[in-house]
Design a protein around this ligand. Structure first.
Ligand code: NDP
Length: 399
């Protein structure tokens, strides 16, 4: 049915390639391109061996719009699935505009030199995408992504008015390494070392990083210390659901992880400004990334589960109501299926589902859209079919 071009051959790119191959009747031609061709070839060999599907590979520097335009010109995809890094979002969107090709990603654009998380840069493309008759689907991983679909599902089926939203994200897995991040270390550390922020009564409340925390009970896992962070989907959710009086995002961190992070910060290894080393400019966080385990290397022997969901309080038929919608995902199971750990899997599977809903026309409409602006039902239906079963509970005690 469709020809897709995946950009990025890391932990998430690998899962997207595997899952597209597992849905080969929808994705009839798959090309995986990234900066390092060898990584694409390794994934292609694994996909062929495990699922009997041939995918094509290519080398590209997605920061260079002309190179992306040339690659799109050769492959002629219906859709570009961008699972490289947030820095590449705008160049790839420019290449999609130049070639009138649909676009999607899993993380909002970030400039390299300042850790700033907001949709303004990408929302600014809305009119140009509309005029070109193409779609950009933003942030279609798990969080952002499925969490917005969950919130839209709650708004559609469970509430007349939603008032309080808590997105809760737990990784209770153990990869056996002293310190590693579950997705790109540079992007991950930039995100969690920022001041926290949440929405309350019509304004953003900024707090020192990791300063609000408490134990939250995760289904099938138990209580885990969870920390309020700023997460990009909050920006679009409070815009699209203006009845929300408060919206927060919580993520679990183990004490060993936080101690490592504190030391790395204290010694300057998380800085993103250049420092001189042997006459060269190096960015300490980029160097740190080079010595940490890659997210796609964590899968083997990873045990335990992730649990990510939305807890919502609001009004239905004049009565106060609570609703919890979530997914638990098991690292060892995902490794068996696609050779990836659950954090890559919970990102890559929603990305494949978003791609499927564009390709089959269900979600397709010109412009730039966040996931909660589209019908949640077909997405949830696919989550249940594609390895991310969705669970629900009504009138339970929330975090
Ligand atoms: P990885 O670091 O494992 O992979 C990133 C890939 O992008 C690598 O293959 C890298 O190539 C490639 N890449 C980087 N720069 C370029 C470039 N200029 N041109 C072409 N390719 C490039 O990261 P992850 O797979 O863990 O994460 C991928 C994306 O998913 C990130 O944007 C991350 O923020 C997002 N994410 C979203 C989540 C969600 O739930 N929404 C959760 C987790 C991640 P090379 O190997 O050569 O460096």
């Amino acid at each position: 049915m469709a020809n897709v071009l995946i950009i990025g051959a890391g932990g998430v790119g690998s899962v997207v390639a595997h899952k597209c191959a597992l849905n080969a009747s929808v994705f009839t031609r798959i090309t995986l391109a990234s900066r390092t061709l060898a990584k694409c070839d390794k994934i292609a060999a694994e996909v062929a061996q495990m699922h009997g599907v041939e995918i094509e590979t290519a080398q590209v520097d997605a920061d260079v719009v002309a190179d992306m335009v040339a690659l799109i010109g050769r492959v002629k995809p219906f859709l570009v699935i961008n699972v490289a890094l947030p820095y590449q979002d705008l160049p790839i969107m420019d290449a999609c505009l130049a070639t009138k090709t649909h676009y999607m990603d899993t993380a909002n654009y970030e400039p390299k030199d300042v850790a700033k998380f907001e949709y303004s840069w990408q929302w600014a493309y809305k009119q140009r995408f509309e005029e070109a008759g193409i779609m950009a689907l933003l942030g279609c991983g798990f969080d952002p992504g499925a969490t917005q679909v969950f919130t839209a599902y709650a708004a559609k089926h469970q509430f007349d008015e939603m008032h309080y939203l808590d997105i809760i994200d737990c990784n209770a897995g153990n990869h056996g390494k002293a310190f590693a991040t579950n997705f790109n270390p540079e992007i991950n550390i930039r995100e969690i070392t920022q001041p926290g922020r949440y929405w309350e009564n019509g304004e953003w409340i900024e707090i020192p990083a990791m300063s609000i925390h408490k134990a939250i009970e995760y289904p099938g896992i138990g209580p885990k210390e969870s920390y309020v962070l700023y997460h990009e989907e909050l920006e679009s959710l409070v815009k699209n659901f203006p009845t929300l009086k408060r919206a927060r995002f919580w993520m679990t961190f183990g004490q060993a992880y936080l101690t490592h992070l504190e030391v790395l910060q204290n010694v300057g290894m998380t800085r993103i400004d250049p420092v001189k080393f042997n006459g060269m400019d190096i960015i300490p966080l980029e160097f740190l990334k080079a010595v940490l385990p890659a997210p796609d290397s964590l899968g083997e022997n990873y045990t335990g589960q992730t649990s990510i969901g939305c807890q919502i309080r609001g009004i239905k038929d004049g009565e106060e109501k609570t609703y919890f919608i979530w997914n638990n995902c098991d690292h060892a199971e995902t490794y068996k299926e696609v050779r990836g750990q659950a954090v890559s899997y919970t990102t890559g599977v929603p990305a494949m589902i978003g791609a499927m809903l564009l390709v089959n026309g269900t979600w397709l409409k010109p412009g730039v859209w966040n996931c909660e602006e589209l019908d949640p039902d077909p997405f949830i239906e696919q989550m249940n079919k594609q390895g991310l079963p969705v669970q629900h509970a009504v009138n339970v005690t929330l975090a």
